[in-house]
Design a protein around this ligand. Structure first.
Ligand SMILES: C[S@@+](CC[C@H](N)C(=O)[O-])C[C@H]1O[C@@H](n2cnc3c(N)ncnc32)[C@H](O)[C@@H]1O
Length: 358
């Protein structure tokens, strides 16, 4: 009996695949050397090295048949790609529920790349090429490379569930650690304002950790997903959503609706080009909202200000902007840390300044 043909797999409904793979990995029985395979309409078989105890699955089956293709290179080689062409294929991509999101870069035949990724990730039904994210609402430009073209998906990470339509709203795989960190930073009952909440990138992990979050988002599409995700994560009692411009919410003068915060998250920026002749930065970025933010921040509260910063200006420029805005209000800044979240573009880093403002 050929050992490879005797490999076990557990059958689960397709939408649960990503979450169950997480559980199988945690249980140490997931076999990453074999592929997830279509089992029948709506379900897939997940390769395991042993029958899992505490994982809910439909049945145990044997994966038999054609030789196993280990990785993307195997799948591309099977499609006739040369080694040089495989070299130009992307080395990373994101699997977000049933959607694979990839920067195709200089890959010669993006559709074939899409087919290969779909074959590699049996639980996925759509592969999207990621284009630029533009505009004040940070809208993505994506292209369907392979599969059913269903851009809606439900992604789970660190126990948080994110429903989204990747043709309508952005999702930055590179911010995964930062999303998780925000859940670890907050204390139970802390009052947090997320000024640029989107679909709940930071709001959800913070609310799941017990914080009271005022979540503000002005893009209607993102706001709809924010409401859905608040329900999906069971935090409706701790999230106060506003579909508005965050300045309008924070600058309310009516004490009855006055928003006060122990912590403010400013997760917004556009590629910050150098200042033009007239000294104005052509782009709209979170530092332009600092006055509204500081107006709502309690003395001794913490602000997390995100920025896309040319490497040479880290940390002085974002920290300087924070100090300037605080000084205008007669307040002082104690910088806790300036962190690099990820590379943003050539010579530009996505950074976040954590600071206490007295
Ligand atoms: C870049 S996204 C948030 C990204 C998120 N921080 C992450 O980690 O992926 C910024 C969000 O802020 C929203 N936004 C931009 N300006 C806004 C404003 N003045 N008031 C409220 N929301 C705003 C945009 O619609 C967008 O959904």
């Amino acid at each position: 009996m050929d050992e490879r043909d005797e490999r076990l797999a557990v059958v689960v409904d397709k939408p649960r695949a990503e979450a169950v793979i997480d559980e199988l990995e945690r249980a140490g029985v997931y076999d990453p050397d074999r592929s997830v395979r279509e089992y029948d309409e709506g379900s897939v078989s997940l390769p395991v090295t042993a029958v899992p105890e505490a994982v809910d699955y439909r049945e145990v089956v044997r994966q038999v048949g054609e030789p196993r293709l280990r990785d993307l290179a195997d799948h591309l080689r099977e499609r006739g790609w040369t080694d040089a062409e495989i070299e130009s294929a992307p080395s990373s991509w994101a699997v977000l529920g049933t959607v694979v999101l990839v920067d195709t870069g200089d890959a010669p035949r993006p559709e074939e790349l899409g087919e290969a990724l779909l074959a590699l990730h049996g639980a996925a039904d759509t592969v999207l090429a990621r284009g630029p994210i533009t505009g004040a609402h940070r809208e993505p430009d994506v292209t369907v490379l392979a599969g059913e073209g269903d851009t809606e998906t439900v992604h789970r990470e660190h126990g948080t569930t994110y429903a989204m339509d990747l043709a309508e709203v952005m999702f930055s795989p590179g911010n995964k650690a930062e999303r998780a960190r925000m859940g670890e930073e907050v204390d139970e009952g802390e009052r947090v304002v997320d000024m640029f909440a989107g679909i709940g990138y930071f709001t959800l992990p913070m609310a799941r950790a017990g914080a009271e979050v005022t979540a503000i988002e002005r893009n209607p599409a993102s706001f709809e997903f924010l409401l859905e995700n608040v329900r999906r994560n069971g935090v409706t009692d701790r999230v106060h959503p506003y579909r508005a411009d965050c300045r309008d919410v924070l600058e309310q003068v009516d004490p009855a609706t006055d928003v006060r915060a122990d912590r403010i998250v400013m997760g917004y920026f556009e590629a910050s080009e150098p200042r033009s002749e007239d000294g104005r930065s052509p782009s709209d970025a979170s530092h332009e909202y600092l006055d509204s933010a500081l107006g709502a921040l309690e003395p001794g509260g913490v602000v997390h200000m995100h920025e896309a910063t040319p490497e040479g200006l880290v940390p002085d420029r974002p920290v300087g902007r924070l100090r300037d805005a605080a000084a205008e209000r007669g307040r002082s800044v104690d910088v806790i840390e300036t962190r690099r979240v990820k590379g943003y573009s050539e010579g530009v880093a996505h950074v976040v300044v954590d600071a206490r403002v007295d």
